[in-house]
Write a protein that binds this ligand. Sequence first.
Ligand code: GLA
Length: 395
Amino acid sequence: MDEVLKTVKESMEEVFGTAAGADVFFAPGRVNLIGEHIDYNGGHVFPCALTIGTYAAVRKNGTDTMRLYSANFPQNGIGSFSLSELEERQKRWTDYPKGVMWALARHGFAIPADGGLDVVYYGNIPNGSGLSSSASIEVLTAKFLSDTFGFDLDGVFIARLCKESENLFNGVNCGIMDQFAIAMGSQDKAIFLDTATLDYTYVPFVLPEAKIVIACSNKKRGLADSEYNKRRGECEAALAVLNAARPVKALCDLTPAQFEEISGALTEPALLKRARHAVTENDRTLRAVEALNAGDLAAFGELMKASHDSLRYDFEVTGPELDALYEAACAVDGVIGTRMTGAGFGGCTVSIVRDDSVEAFVKSVGEAYRKTIGYDASFYVVSVGDGPAKIASFA
Ligand code: GLA
């Protein structure tokens, strides 16, 4: 049996007494290739799902109680709550699954009163890496609830539902990119998503002579949520100023040329920079996808680097750790593109590295990072995988 299946089965037997009849589900993590901090500005993003992610073994327990356990954090024990009290946050990781149940109930998808489940979660996404482990848990939960109770939810609905639960239940004002990338993932394809309309296309992302390498800064993302919400606020403030100069619904509705015409209205330097990032990042994403469709991976890579610079100087969400990873990566031969990915303030970079340079990349970026920052980065070569699915059942 696959190592992961063995882990969740043993864990389920140990914690809940039996794994007989349990179904096992998987949902991926995600990495964003380009289009950062614009999913809440009506922009285009270009993420993909990964083959690493989160697993859940799920078994009906015949009661009104959900009993959730994380094999990654055994010290936390079982988190349980009754199906009749889904409103209250418990201020622990179980709020991610609980929020999804709460959001489902809001949309009229009621779990039966005796529909309690025993669930073991287990993830192989590196911890706090910015590869969306929380969105992975949410989408996984929506998927197994949908299958177990016959809700028959489609991927786009799951993405919207999980975003809603993150926004309204968990109080993180995120956009829809992470939940969408995970719920709609497709092997060897990146998702070109217009976050204003949710129109999307799959773009083949097969790199015959290169790998996607994630470098994790291992920096704790302490202030991430508050800084994230602050950037959102700044974008809204910039939009209000621009809108007074010329009617505009979202920052990313502007082309760089249109923005130049009215940017003089933004007299506050921080707002000017935030808006400029949003407008230019949307433009870079459009051009990056064009380049990829034309088979020009080198141009795609250059746009990734320009994205990092914009996130560093205009949006100011990189910080010394991500900049150290970025600069070290740029100095390695065979690096086609590199940039921070996700919310920033820690987390990781994503790089496209020629096959024969991967070893040199890990060695030289690793050494440079340790020298500059004082502790180690971690490296993962990842592959582009499918969205959520039921993958096994235990006899
Ligand atoms: C986080 C959020 C996403 C997106 C990115 C930045 O991952 O969850 O919605 O805003 O940051 O691009």
